[in-house]
Write a protein that binds this ligand. Sequence first.
Ligand code: THU
Length: 138
Amino acid sequence: MSKNVEAARDGLIAAARAVRSHAHAPYSGFAVGAAVLDEQGRIHAGCNVENASYPQGWCAEASALAVMVAAGGKRVQAMAVCAVADAPVTPCGGCRQKLREFAADDCPVWVADAVELRASHSLGNLLPHSFGPQHLLP
Ligand code: THU
């Protein structure tokens, strides 16, 4: 991992933690925040957004990625997720695939709670042997 990415870790976690307070999670009561570091070193954050029609809700990681794309970001250098649970909250399977669209296997995924870093993973470790853009694009 590059020094720049490592240096961004605490700020990325802080952004995920801050945006978590905006989660719209009236049904599960489970607030999640996520933040991504783009190729320009910018941070984009998003929270989960639930819906009365339950399957229409989406995850914090998906929000953060959408915010990055809307801002012109192309690649994810790192992701942070913040939630409060006994077990560290890693991105769901669908969000691992969504992250894969923009990130390499060595992309760090930092998992935090309201207080501290709980776990460090890489995307390749969370989603091994993944299907990705390289299968479809020249
Ligand atoms: N959720 C996320 O936003 N990210 C995760 O990594 C796990 C789950 C959300 C989806 C739903 O709004 C709530 O948490 C409970 O599953």
